[in-house]
Every structure is written in C-alpha cells, then in structure tokens.
Design a protein around this ligand. Structure first.
Ligand code: SF4
Ligand code: SF4
Length: 379
C-alpha cells in the first residue's frame, strides 16, 4: 500500500487487496510473491483506507485498488462503497477484466460508486493474448468485461505491457482498442521483476528490432480525444515523437513503487534484492548505478552537456555526496535535475558515443532528439 501526491495536487493512494490472480501473465510484477489463498481481510483494508483518507491533506484524493486481480476479492463492492462513503473523490480499479464479463458485478460496482477501471489488455490477437495471460478463454472474457463496462458508462482506459510477444503487432492492437471506444491508452515496457525474470528467454521487445514497431504506433493517426502515454518505455523508441516521453512525475512515481526497498538500502539496512544480472534489462539501471555510487561514499557530479549541444544549462558544478541524514528523496531530486540523461539511437554514429551520457531528458522533451548532432569525424 502506498501513496503519492502528483503535481496536479491529487493524493493517489494505492491499495492491494489480494496478490491472487486468475491470469498467469508471464511477466507479472507480483507473480513471484504470490502465496496461496492470500486475500487481505476486508476489515484490514477498510481500516486502512479510512486512515489514509483521514491523514491526507490534499484537496482531492483518489483510491486505486489493485492486486493481483482485485475483482476476485469477494468484498470488492463493499470496499468501493466504503471508500466513496468516507470521501474519496475517485475510486479506480486496475483489472484484467475477466470477472467483469459477469454483468451483475459491473452493475454492483457501478452502484457502489466505482469511478473508473484501468484494464490490462495486452493484445488484440486471441492467440497472443492468451499466450501472454497464460489462460485459455481469457480473451473473450476480458473483452466482454470491457464491453460491459462501456455499456454501463463507467470510465475506462487500458494498460498495454509491451513484451516480446506483442511488440510486432502493437500498432494494430492500439487501433483495435481505439475502435472499441478506448480513449486513454498507457504503454509500458515489461521490466525484469516478478515472473518475467524467471521466464525463459528475453521478456522485452528487442531494442534495435522493436524501434520500427514503436515508431509505427506513434505515427498512427490518433483521433481527437484519444490520449496515449508511455511509462518505462526507453526514450530512444520515441525519437520524433518526444511528446510521448513520460513526465518526470511518472519516473518519481515508479521510484515510489520501490520506495520501501530503496529507502532501506539508503539507510544501510539492506542490499537491493534485485541487483544483479537483470539490471541490464531494467529501465532504472542508470538511477540505481548512481545511487550505488553515492552510497559507496563517492561524490556524484552533475552530468555535462554533450559536446554536440553548445548551450549550457543551469546547475553547473552541482554535486551530491552521502552525509548524515542522506535520504532517497534528496538523491532522486538530484538525479532528476542533473543526471537523468538519455541518448538517441543516432548517438551510435558519434565519435563521442562511449564517453558521452547523452542529453538531459528535459532538454530532449523540449527540443526533441534532433538537438543531438552526432560528431562523425574528429576535428
Ligand atoms: S536496476 Fe535497480 S531496480 Fe532495476 S533490477 Fe537492478 S537494482 Fe533492481
Ligand atoms: S550525438 Fe549523442 S553521443 Fe554524440 S555528443 Fe551528442 S549526445 Fe553525445
């Protein structure tokens, strides 16, 4: 269970009601932590959401109910009802949608006050969908769930986790869901956590090969009112479409998701359990390397503006070192301001490639990757 306040001033509280799930997605984030029969007792959940609400100072609060699969918690409607009763402005669930094939459950959730549903639907092709979900019959149930939710007028959006099975047909998947009335689509790159790390083979879409498929998605004519966002998608896939690079808040939210473990590491109590060979596949590799650097007592300097960009940016000379009271928040802030740099695929042509860290992500968001001009010959 965790909380974050966005720049929009909304406190978002995330509560996991069970780690159980009726799907077996090969990349599931919590797949490894799942224990048999693990439903969080309803009384415990209700107390927790009341306490969160009481302690929140923001004007607006959203409760996000996740799992596992939250719709298999038999008391989900009661949890939603209580959240609305005690004053959450919005209550959202994140679901694979299969249980919502049961129209009665959709009606009950709507009557309980549910505001919106984020579906996790990873392909429009039945075979791929079921290969990813690991359950025969899941495709029809999930789609029926989505259509039921649309029928009863509950707001909905979808998350698509991009992985080695679906990346080649991603643009068709996006088109298909837009045709079903989805107006908000969030694309994620699978990360090497949970089940995906024990899965045989490479879970991600392979970088060089996948580039063209990502470009195809972002080149789609997007109808008015449709909104596409990315999260943990390597930025070089978004060349020419830099408007899709996630806001810094997204990165900070993702760090918040690993807050207990990372802050335990910063306090010196524990190592990071996932540190190791998987880091090379992980979106947070650069962040974790920097954190490790500071934790070893060394000074972390701001990154230099690349040779191909002449305009200096502020913060020259900024440094960070571990001192008494050193906290993860201070490190994350420093990283975001001075170290969160990205490269373009075109950097590979540049003679400075091996020595250069790329450009600050906010400069790329503002000016596009075209601000980088590979130097091809030594002057
Ligand atoms: S880069 Fe960081 S978060 Fe990612 S696997 Fe390695 S230690 Fe874990
Ligand atoms: S083109 Fe890329 S590698 Fe070359 S200097 Fe610019 S940012 Fe660095």
């Amino acid at each position: 269970m965790r909380a974050s306040t966005g720049k929009d001033g909304i406190d978002r509280f995330i509560v996991c009601v069970t780690r159980l799930c009726n799907n077996k997605c090969f990349f599931c984030y919590s797949g490894r932590e799942r224990k048999k029969d693990e439903l969080i007792p309803t009384g415990e959940i209700l107390n927790f959401i009341r306490l969160l609400k009481r302690d929140s100072v923001a004007e607006s609060r959203m409760l996000i109910i996740t799992g596992g699969e939250p719709t298999i918690h038999p008391d989900l409607p009661d949890i939603v009802r209580e959240a609305k009763r005690c004053g959450y402005e919005a209550v959202r669930i994140i679901s694979n949608g299969r249980m919502l094939a049961n129209e009665n459950l959709v009606i009950t959730l709507k009557e309980a006050g549910l505001d919106d549903i984020v579906f996790s639907l990873h392909s429009h092709i039945k075979e791929d969908f079921e290969k990813i979900a690991g359950v025969e019959g899941s495709y029809v149930q999930s789609l029926k769930g989505l259509l039921n939710v649309r029928k009863y007028g509950i707001r909905f959006s979808i998350n698509i986790v991009v992985n080695r099975i679906n990346y080649k047909t991603l643009s068709e998947t996006v088109r298909f869901f837009i045709s079903l009335g989805v107006r908000d689509i969030h694309l994620f790159q699978v990360q090497p956590f949970g089940s995906s790390w024990k899965t045989d083979g490479y879970p991600l879409s392979p970088p060089e090969e996948a580039y063209a498929y990502f470009q195809k998605v972002f080149s789609l004519p997007i109808p008015e009112g449709v909104h596409i966002e990315t999260n943990k998608i390597p930025e070089y896939y978004l060349e020419n479409f830099e408007q899709y690079i996630g806001e810094p808040r997204k990165f900070e939210d993702n760090i918040l998701g690993r807050y207990p473990e990372l802050s335990a590491y910063v306090s010196g109590a524990e190592k990071i359990s996932c540190k190791g060979p998987r880091c090379k596949l992980c979106y947070f590799q650069d962040y974790c390397n920097d954190l490790e650097w500071v934790m070893s007592g060394r000074i972390l300097k701001r990154r230099e503006v690349p040779r191909c960009i002449k305009t200096p940016i502020s913060g020259k000379g900024a440094t960070l070192r571990k001192n008494e009271g050193f906290a993860l928040e201070a490190f994350t802030d420093f990283y975001m301001r001075h170290r969160h740099f990205v490269k373009s695929l075109r950097c590979k042509e540049c003679i400075y490639f091996s020595k250069c860290d790329g450009a600050w992500i906010e400069d790329v968001r503002a000016g596009g990757f075209k601000i980088m001009k590979p130097v091809v010959e030594k002057k």
